[in-house]
Design a protein around this ligand. Sequence first.
Ligand SMILES: *Cc1c(COP(=O)(O)O)cnc(C)c1O
Length: 377
Amino acid sequence: MKTRRNVLLNPGPATTTDTVKMAQIVPDICPREKEFADILVKMQRDLVEIVHGSHDAYSTVFFCGSGTICMDVCLNSLLPEGKKILVINNGAYSARAAEMCEHYGLSYIDAQFPLDTELDVSAVERILAADKDIYVVYSTHNETGTGLLNPVREIGALAHKYNCISVVDTISTYALLPINMDEDNIDFCMSSAQKGLMSMSGLSFIVGKTEIIEASKNFPVRSYYCNLYRQYAHFKNHGEMHFTPPVQTVYATAQAIREYFDEGEIKKFERHIGVHEEIRRGLLRLGFKEVVKREWQAGLIAAAVYPDDENWDFGKIHDYCYERGFTIYPGKIAGKGTFRLCSLGAIDVADIKNFFVVFEQALAHCNVSTPVKYNNR
Ligand SMILES: *Cc1c(COP(=O)(O)O)cnc(C)c1O
């Protein structure tokens, strides 16, 4: 069976290989069977290894849902009574975390920072030094809305200096940028199968310090379905997920992880960075401005500002590209017209060269002049 190959430049789900797509086609199986549970047990270990954690110190906990479910679980499950969460808020995804704290009625500090500038780590330290009730320091590794990279190693070191835990949304960096739990001072990280792993959506996971997960047994339970300890303990005691897992996505993800190890951490990282560099070259050639300076970017997402051209129509340009197999994506910055080109999936430099041929045709088709123009602002 052959399916058409689309090049997805949106921030996940990403382009997958045919072998990952086809891995979903398996005989029907009840996920309570040992044969299926064994796949999950192996996957738990593999997911700890991808972030170089030791099996004695870290555990993987699965959830059935998109990446956001892991943010929800970490925030609602890791806060002891009487303590606070510090949300380092410098983008759309960390703003979502602050919103979650609000919805759960958690005690939290919404520490807002500019979304297009490198984080002021000393300001984070001042907040930590001034408030002894903070227990969870929450940050976002790569703010996928802008491509801004946060210095999680420094944030984690500060968290530990002030006896806090470091929880990092690594959803758009896991299996993309090399991550090392201990060296990067991360106690909890998370992701979803459809992002860096290049699998299907529906399976998300948290990798975290087992000792802290065990301790969280005594923290307030704020959700029945989305509680970290409950899900962890059920798997540990019964060898299976508490509720129905996304069976086909699990098969696809097992295949995707095999392909991850075959490609290799560094080679894969270099491929994504190479794709990103090619995207930036194309944008630069056409005169587009980026939101974040190169030295502050994670190197996976290019967010470009809409040009000041009366013929610029993102919807039309999107449709032109989409009909030709390329998906581009709007930005996520309030009050500013931006679009994004991401380098997450099973794509390479040749795909980006082909994309820019089509993208330039789209601009010409819409009578947008190139190089694109900006009024002085
Ligand atoms: C994709 C992403 C999420 C989760 O999005 P879902 O649509 O729920 O999968 C969360 N944080 C970051 C940084 C992301 O890139």
